[in-house]
Design a protein around this ligand. Structure first.
Ligand code: PHE
Ligand code: CO
Length: 292
């Protein structure tokens, strides 16, 4: 699960694609692993192989370590078996959902260390782009870092923070943190900047773009800066934020956000491609030269 495809009110523009007719109250369903066809398993392997080749160069070491332990090479993974591996590592489990789910339900799952994973796989003609997250995005993109103790704790804290932000009416600020630091996060390593975000690492194009392209800005993580920055949902990101460590993200977000939300109400937002004099700039992009 993620928030791609959701507009700022958290609603989708188009009807959702999954089967929402047989779910439980918490929006979970049986994964129905036996129902994947051989063609779907083959498509998964194709996606998995393509992304795996990119990881050495583009992905953060913690992501590479995580995906390697999840036994997801052979076909669409079985969520129950993956949950056994994951729960031993960090206490998280995976639950199957039909697709995007309401924010409060999503936050409640995260706050209880359950990660909702869409059960359906994209079609072959959607290898490169799809509007709603599918099982490849949710599993390949998100689950590897849930194997990392600090990031695992961060995701639970984010879930609790989401329930709080709903009460404050400040979801827009909080959602930017998910977008920029969970879906599209970069991290600085001894070998250079690497990607850990699910949005880029489940996409062949953006895995390369976020590291190699001279178009986007790469700016050091700053909590309030991120929470004030609007984002693009229909193209590669204009700006990526770079962590020094996952601890930096966890520590910055462990303070009480109530006063921050209050302060942000009176402050202007930033455009997706804006660079500020106060930014720690790793690379200043020349901007998008053509549409994706
Ligand atoms: N500390 C935040 C709050 O007080 C909760 C939070 C934690 C939000 C981690 C995002 C990430 O609301
Ligand atoms: Co996602």
């Amino acid at each position: 699960m993620s928030t791609e495809g959701l507009n700022t009110e958290g609603k989708t523009d188009t009807p959702l694609r999954g089967d929402y007719s047989r779910m439980r109250e918490d929006y979970t369903i049986d994964q129905g692993w036996e129902s994947y066809t051989e063609a779907e398993h083959a498509l998964w392997r194709q996606l998995f192989t393509r992304q795996s080749k990119l990881l050495q160069r583009y992905a953060a070491p913690e992501f590479i370590a995580g995906i390697g332990k999840l036994d997801a090479v052979d076909g669409v993974p079985h969520f129950g078996r993956a949950s056994e591996i994951l729960s031993k590592a960090t206490g998280w489990t995976l639950v199957a959902v039909p697709g995007l789910i309401p924010e409060d339900v999503f936050f409640t799952h995260l706050s209880e260390r359950r990660f909702p994973v869409t059960n359906w796989l994209r079609k072959p003609e959607e290898m490169d782009y799809l509007v709603e997250p599918d099982v490849f995005h949710d599993f390949f993109g998100h689950v590897p870092l849930l194997m990392h103790p600090v990031f695992a704790d961060y995701m639970q804290a984010y879930g609790k923070g989401g329930l709080r932000a709903m009460k404050f009416g400040t979801l827009e600020n909080l959602a930017r943190l998910y977008w920029y630091m969970v879906e599209f996060g970069l991290i600085n390593t001894k070998d250079g900047i690497r990607a850990y975000g699910a949005g880029m690492l489940s996409s062949a194009g953006e895995s390369q773009y976020c590291i190699d392209s001279d178009e986007p800005n790469r700016i050091g993580f700053d909590l309030e800066r991120v929470m004030r920055t609007r984002y693009r949902i229909d193209d590669y990101q204009a700006t990526y934020f770079v962590l020094d460590s996952y601890e930096q993200l966890f520590d910055a977000t462990s303070q009480d956000f109530a006063p921050i939300y209050e302060r942000l109400k009176a402050l202007p937002e930033f455009a997706p491609d804006e660079v500020l004099p106060t930014d720690k700039v790793f690379t200043r992009g020349k901007g998008r030269q053509r549409a994706a």
